[in-house]
Design a protein around this ligand. Structure first.
Ligand code: SER
Length: 317
C-alpha cells in the first residue's frame, strides 16, 4: 500500500484507522472520505465528501488522488440494518459494488470488513470454523455473506487483490459505534466511569467474540501487507481476541470499580441477533496465513479502556 482511500472514515473503525495508517504511511498517503467532513475539520488532512452509493463521485475521488488501495468501511451495522433493511441493502450492497468496481477499474488493492454477523443459527457456535455453514437471519448478515462472496468473485474473475476479515465486536474509546449488537461492550465502560452502573440490552449469559481497536487496526494493516502467496482464505478470515458475556465484562469492570453494578433490560431485537451469532471463533487460519496475533485480552483491554474513558469523562465535565 502506498496511497490509500478510506470510506466511512468518520465511523468507529475509520476514524482510528485514518490516524493509524497516516502514522505508518505518511499524512499525505491516506485520504479519508465520508458523507460529511469530520468534526475536527480544520485538521482533517486529506479528506473528501463521498457518498459511496454515488459511483461516479467515488471513482473520480479515487482517480484524482491516484490511490492504489481502497479500504471500504461505509456500512450500516446489524441493529440499524434490522430497523431499515432496504436502506441497509442500498448502502451495504450498493456501496460495496461501487467500491469493487472502482477497485477493478483502477486496479486497486481492496479491503472491506465482513463480520461475525455473517454466521447464523445453523453455524457451529463454539470454536466456529473458518469454513462452515453461513445462513444468517439478519439483513446485515445477508449483506456480509454476499460481500464475502463478491470479494472472492472479483478476485477470481477480475484479479482484484481483495482481502478481508470477519470482525467481532470492536471496542474503542475514540469514536462510539452506532447501531451494532455488540455496542453494549463499549457503553458499559462509559456508564461505569460516569455513574458506576450499567443496564445491558444483552442477556448476562450471551457470549460473543470481541477485539480491542488497536488489534483490529493492526490486523487490517498486517493482512494488507501479507504475502499474497500465503493467503489461502484471502477473504473473510475469522479474527477475534476474546469471547465474553455481559456478566464476564461486568466482573472485570468491578475489579477497577468495586461498587459497579449491572442490571438487564434485554432488547428482543438485538438479543435475537446476538443469539444467532457464534460464541467464539476459531482464528487459526488468520494466525497461520498472515500471522494474526492480537495483544489485548479482556483484562488488559478493560484497564486501558477505563483509563481513557475516565480521562474523557473528566475532561467533558
Ligand atoms: N459490531 C457489529 C455489530 O454489532 C458486528 O459486526 O453489528
Amino acid at each position: 500500500m502506498n496511497k490509500i482511500l478510506i470510506t466511512g472514515a468518520n465511523g468507529q473503525i475509520g476514524s482510528e484507522l485514518l490516524t493509524h495508517l497516516r502514522g505508518i504511511y505518511g499524512e499525505d498517503h491516506v485520504v479519508g472520505s465520508d458523507i460529511r467532513l469530520p468534526k475536527n475539520k480544520d485538521d482533517a488532512g486529506l479528506f473528501e465528501i463521498v457518498d459511496v452509493t454515488d459511483a461516479h463521485r467515488f471513482h473520480a475521488v479515487a482517480k484524482e488522488h491516484q490511490v492504489d488501495t481502497v479500504i471500504h468501511l461505509a456500512a450500516l451495522l446489524s441493529a440499524t440494518a434490522e430497523e431499515n433493511p432496504m436502506k441497509a441493502w442500498d448502502l451495504n450492497m450498493g456501496g460495496l459494488m461501487n467500491a469493487l468496481e472502482v477497485a477493478r477499474e483502477l486496479d486497486l488493492k481492496f479491503f472491506t470488513p465482513s463480520s461475525i454477523g455473517a454466521f447464523g443459527h445453523s453455524t457451529p457456535k463454539k470454536n466456529t470454523p473458518q469454513d462452515t455453514l453461513q445462513r444468517p437471519s439478519t439483513m446485515y448478515g445477508v449483506n456480509k455473506v454476499a460481500g464475502e462472496l463478491l470479494c472472492d468473485y472479483y478476485h477470481q474473475k477480475f484479479g482484484v487483490d481483495t482481502r478481508s476479515v470477519r470482525f467481532p465486536g470492536l471496542i474503542s474509546y475514540v469514536t462510539p459505534p452506532g447501531g451494532g449488537t455488540t455496542d453494549y461492550a463499549v457503553e458499559i465502560y462509559y456508564e461505569a466511569a460516569r455513574k458506576g452502573s450499567y443496564t445491558s440490552f444483552i442477556d448476562e449469559h450471551t457470549y460473543m467474540d470481541m477485539m480491542y481497536m488497536p488489534d483490529a487496526l493492526e490486523a487490517i494493516h498486517q493482512l494488507m501487507e501479507a504475502n499474497p502467496d500465503h493467503l489461502v482464505h484471502r477473504n473473510a478470515f475469522n479474527v477475534s481476541a476474546m469471547s465474553f458475556a455481559p456478566k464476564g465484562i461486568a466482573a472485570e469492570v468491578k475489579k477497577h470499580i468495586p461498587d459497579f453494578t449491572i442490571d438487564y433490560d434485554v432488547d428482543p431485537v438485538r438479543q435475537a441477533i446476538a443469539d444467532s451469532w457464534p460464541d467464539n471463533l476459531d482464528t487459526s487460519a488468520a494466525q497461520e496465513e498472515w500471522g494474526f496475533a492480537p495483544s489485548y485480552d479482556l483484562a488488559s483491554m478493560t484497564k486501558d479502556m477505563l483509563t481513557h474513558v475516565r480521562e474523557k469523562t473528566t475532561n467533558s465535565l
